[in-house]
Design a protein around this ligand. Structure first.
Ligand SMILES: Cc1cc2nc3c(=O)[nH]c(=O)nc-3n(C[C@H](O)[C@H](O)[C@H](O)COP(=O)(O)OP(=O)(O)OC[C@H]3O[C@@H](n4cnc5c(N)ncnc54)[C@H](O)[C@@H]3O)c2cc1C
Length: 384
């Protein structure tokens, strides 16, 4: 293989890119990860991870909640969650498995190092600026041209790799329709007058979305997100209203950037020849809550497996990856999207309380990946 030729070129070194880089390198494949940022780097994220993510981290990286706590990556855990309609608490529920909170600055850096230790070449501070899907080549901001047998687009919500997909493979309008938008800030624990010991979810402040207060060891993450197309007013106004309601009037009108995230705009066949999209680049996040870390890492695991199978058996990669996605990810995303209006309907104040009081345990198990979004049915193997 020539110097700039790889089995797999991975654009983006977030959780998706590093997971793919780690798995492919461990399988002996010549792999390069290119990220435009220098690591460690900040990533706006509330940092909540669920049981299905813990299982994936154990399976892929051999790490446990304890080992991640020792490294300071997990900085809080709680086995409770509370649901509000505006300021009114509707239900305080227990969850069999804890919700953990991670520091993305540390987590993403840790995963990228794991990929590098497994043998991946890592290029940081350099952007992928173009991607030729038929030649399987990428060009970087410094003019490097790299050729791969495969390209994985793990370059996040504004993916450059995705923009180079042929028009018939990717419908820009559909993508924009279900794009979510978010605001978030980190504040000192003492800034609010109540003790935050568990994640708090608030409906009713934004149309087709929710607001949250998530605990970290020393800080609180406060945020709001919703499907942009369905918003009745600007997200800034909804966030201000939420801040006032929780007693943070002085933070109103603080200038914050808006961030986009997938909230139902997943691409069903995010593959073009030997170029595949994973994670946010493919719109893989839970359409109800926007949980994306798990889907980023799981889709990367599937893409790596499909590449490995192809390189051993020459089975068509695009069919293989699409089939795997359909089996392991797509059915849950489709089902969650169907149920979304149940939570986000403006009339939800009349039934959400009863739902979470009666099905709190089942809801938590669905978020953790033990039950399916399809009818809240418990499954021994949810394919996660
Ligand atoms: C406000 C907010 C809160 C969230 N909270 C949660 C949460 O609590 N739990 C949860 O599970 N999910 C949450 N998410 C979603 C989660 O952050 C994403 O789903 C997850 O980060 C996706 O991982 P990824 O690896 O696909 O993409 P990213 O983490 O975005 O990584 C993409 C990487 O690609 C790099 N990159 C981008 N463009 C290029 C380029 N052209 N060339 C080279 N490199 C490039 C970037 O620098 C980045 O490092 C939240 C999102 C937002 C916006």
């Amino acid at each position: 293989m020539k110097m700039n030729e790889y089995d797999a070129i991975i654009a983006g070194g977030g959780p998706a890119g590093s997971t793919a880089g780690y798995l492919l390198s461990r399988a002996g494949r010549k792999t390069v990860i290119i990220d435009k940022r220098i690591f460690p780097r900040k990533k706006l994220c509330a940092g909540l991870i669920t049981y299905k993510t813990i299982r994936l981290i154990e399976r892929v990286f051999g790490e446990t909640p304890d080992s991640l706590k020792q490294r300071g990556i997990i900085n809080f855990g709680s086995d409770k969650f509370e649901v509000f309609y505006r300021q009114k608490s509707l239900a305080l529920n227990h969850s069999v498995y804890p919700f953990y909170f991670i520091d993305r600055y540390l987590y993403d850096d840790f995963l990228l190092k794991k990929a590098e230790e497994a043998g991946a070449d890592v290029i940081t501070g350099e952007k992928v600026v173009s991607c030729d899907t038929s030649l399987c080549e990428v060009t970087t901001s410094s003019g490097k041209r790299l050729k791969g047998k495969f390209i994985i687009g793990a370059d996040g919500i504004n993916s450059v790799v995705r923009r180079h997909f042929p028009k018939e493979r990717f419908n820009e309008n559909l993508w924009t329709e279900e794009l979510g938008i978010a605001r978030e800030m980190l504040i000192e624990r003492g800034a609010v007058k109540f003790d935050v010991t568990h994640p708090m979810i608030f409906f009713g402040f934004i149309n087709y979305g929710y607001a949250w207060i998530f605990p970290n060891r020393e800080k609180l993450v406060i945020g709001i997100c919703g499907v942009r197309r369905k918003m009745k007013k600007e997200i800034a106004g909804s966030f201000n209203e939420f801040l006032s309601a929780i007693g943070l009037h002085e933070l109103k009108n603080k200038r914050l950037e808006g961030y986009t995230l997938p909230m139902g705009n997943f691409i069903r066949h995010p593959v073009c020849g030997n170029v595949a999209l994973v994670g946010d680049a493919a719109g893989f996040a839970d359409p109800i809550f926007g949980e994306g870390i798990f889907y980023a890492q799981r889709s990367a695991e599937l893409a790596s497996e499909a590449i490995d199978i192809f390189l051993r058996n020459k089975k068509r990669f695009d069919d293989l990856y699409s089939e795997m996605l359909q089996k392991h990810i797509m059915t849950e995303l489709v089902s969650a999207k169907r149920h979304r209006s149940f939570f986000y309907n403006p009339l939800s104040c009349y039934y959400l309380g009863a739902f979470f009081r009666n099905f709190g345990k089942e809801s938590a198990e669905t978020i953790h990946g033990i039950r399916s979004h399809m009818g809240l049915k418990k499954q021994r193997d949810l394919n996660f």
